[in-house]
Design a protein around this ligand. Structure first.
Ligand SMILES: [Zn+2]
Length: 117
């Protein structure tokens, strides 16, 4: 079994119930797993994995997450961000014949949330 992960960051503002909106450079790690290597002896191209992740996070770059449609209901907590990225990544990763293992989102150096199914 191989596990391949990429890390990327985006800056956005958020707040959960009662908080004052504040910004974080969110750090996101996405990991995929599989048994079989493809041509070139790789599980998945790092660039493919990263560009799939960026498709999701780019639309949030520099934005207030409270104003994004997906969070009209509920709050963009770090937990919610991780779960949302997981759901969006899952489709593409399964199309590649791989398993999405987890999505970890850091709010800073000392606080992170991991979501997996
Ligand atoms: Zn925060």
């Amino acid at each position: 079994m191989y596990e391949v992960a990429v890390v990327d960051t985006f800056f956005a503002t958020h707040a959960i119930d009662g908080e004052i909106p504040h910004g974080h450079t969110f750090r996101v790690e996405v990991a995929v797993g599989g048994e079989n290597l493809k041509k070139g002896e790789i599980l998945i191209d790092f660039r493919s994995l990263r560009s799939q992740l960026r498709e999701i996070t780019t639309k949030w770059e520099g934005k207030n997450l409270l104003e994004q449609d997906i969070w009209r209901i509920g709050f963009p907590s770090t937990e919610a961000i991780a779960a949302h990225i997981f759901q969006e990544m899952k489709v593409a990763v399964e199309d590649w014949g791989l398993k999405l293992l987890y999505v970890t989102v850091w709010e800073g150096d000392d606080a992170k949330v991991t979501y997996y199914e």
